[in-house]
Design a protein around this ligand. Sequence first.
Ligand code: FE
Length: 166
Amino acid sequence: MDANEKNPARTAAGNPVYSRSDTAKVNLSDNEWKKILPEEVYYIARMKGTERPWTSKFENFNETGTYYCAACGNALFRSDTKFESGCGWPSFYEPISKSSIIYTPDNTQGMVRTEVQCGKCKAHLGHVFEDGPPPTGLRYCINGVILDFEKAKETEKKYDQKKQQE
Ligand code: FE
């Protein structure tokens, strides 16, 4: 088994709604989510928690591939839109598509912010700020716990390398 297959197997374990191919909206109660998500994922996704800064395995992580919602498998970000923000959480300047994210005003904790949620299952992902780099000027500040990464296919890379050698 290669690294590409390990990840979905782990996150999909005991999670019947996790799918990277089915794009239908997922609508479960918090109780139902609690049964199928690992505790730390539930805390972020459904309780709108925040992981401690600088703790994500995706902080210093520059592999080429795609980031998915760890709760439902929805494609969220491409690795080429990830950047070093210095804020302590994985940061991206653009989602993979318009419908991959839901935006909600968040005026809690004495701040005016915009919350970002998964467009498929409404999991809390993090917030978006207007201090990001070009071309969007946006910084999607995302809890690494709610991200699930898949490397670009090895076969694609090998094909590209072979083409270069010819
Ligand atoms: Fe989701």
